[in-house]
Design a protein around this ligand. Structure first.
Ligand SMILES: C[S@@+](CC[C@H](N)C(=O)[O-])C[C@H]1O[C@@H](n2cnc3c(N)ncnc32)[C@H](O)[C@@H]1O
Length: 240
């Protein structure tokens, strides 16, 4: 297949705050890794940065009880409401405190938390170096920061045109994320924030069914819809 008309016309435009959270149970794979890395335990205080729909905040809450506290923040008021509703429905309202907040400017004193988690969030934050320094600042000495993010170069679809698929994924990455390849930068950013790398793990996900609730299908649908939209705009402007 030759050059597709839409791909060269894509204009990077970043969305620093995603309007929708990803209500994807399949992402609970991340939590097994977070459990080991965060050293969570009863009585601990933790911060979930960019909590989205609150799956992780609620799971963490059960592990810091009794006596602990999860503070969940998100830049989106929709995510804050969703997390608060989820916590309430699970009887965790006393353990999970939810509020709006910006990853790059955390409104907490130094050394407030025993551990801090940020899953699939820093990819949206333009000044990610500042955000990680902020996370380091609010961690107590010896505390742990757990970051989970995606390098979109490693996203593969079963496609009859792999080269075109790569271009679509790359175009969507440039459009949707401030950092579509963040994992490869994290070690440098951690060192810059005065943190020590304690562990690094790779999680893979394989989708074998066209399940609309899965991470993979959401990303395929989002990528196709972005490319169709941008192709339409480009076509209207005569930029084939
Ligand atoms: C892909 S969702 C991930 C949600 C959740 N951490 C999870 O793994 O399910 C990204 C979340 O980050 C939030 N977000 C993006 N930029 C942010 C920022 N600068 N500060 C706080 N939250 C932010 C979005 O509003 C969204 O809820």
């Amino acid at each position: 297949m030759g050059d597709h008309p839409c791909a060269p016309s894509l204009t990077p435009a970043r969305w620093p705050i995603s309007t929708g959270a990803i209500p994807l149970p399949s992402l609970s794979i991340r939590d097994g890794g977070c459990a080991k890395l965060s050293q969570r335990a009863p009585g601990k205080r933790a911060l979930d940065i960019g909590c989205g729909p609150g799956f992780l905040a609620c799971e963490l809450a059960a592990e810091v009880a009794p006596g602990g506290r999860i503070v969940a923040i998100d830049a989106s008021s929709h995510s804050v409401e969703t997390t608060a509703t989820r916590a309430e429905a699970r009887g965790l309202a006393g353990l999970v405190k939810v509020q709006t907040g910006d990853a790059a400017s955390l409104g907490f004193p130094d050394e407030t938390f025993d551990f801090v988690v940020a899953t699939q969030v820093y990819c949206y934050v333009s000044d990610v170096g500042r955000a990680i320094r902020e996370a380091a600042r609010v961690l107590r000495r010896g505390g742990r920061l757990v970051v989970l993010d995606t390098d979109w170069d490693f996203c593969a679809w079963a496609s009859s045109d792999p080269a075109f698929t790569r271009r679509m994924v790359a175009a969507r990455g440039a459009k949707q994320f401030a950092h579509a390849h963040l994992p490869r930068e994290l070690h440098r950013l951690f060192l810059g924030a005065g943190l020590t790398l304690a562990d690094a793990q790779v999680f893979s996900m394989i989708e074998t069914r066209y399940d609309p609730d899965s991470f993979g299908i959401e990303s395929i649908q989002g990528t196709c819809s972005d490319c169709i939209t941008l192709h339409s705009v480009a076509a209207r402007r005569g930029r084939h």
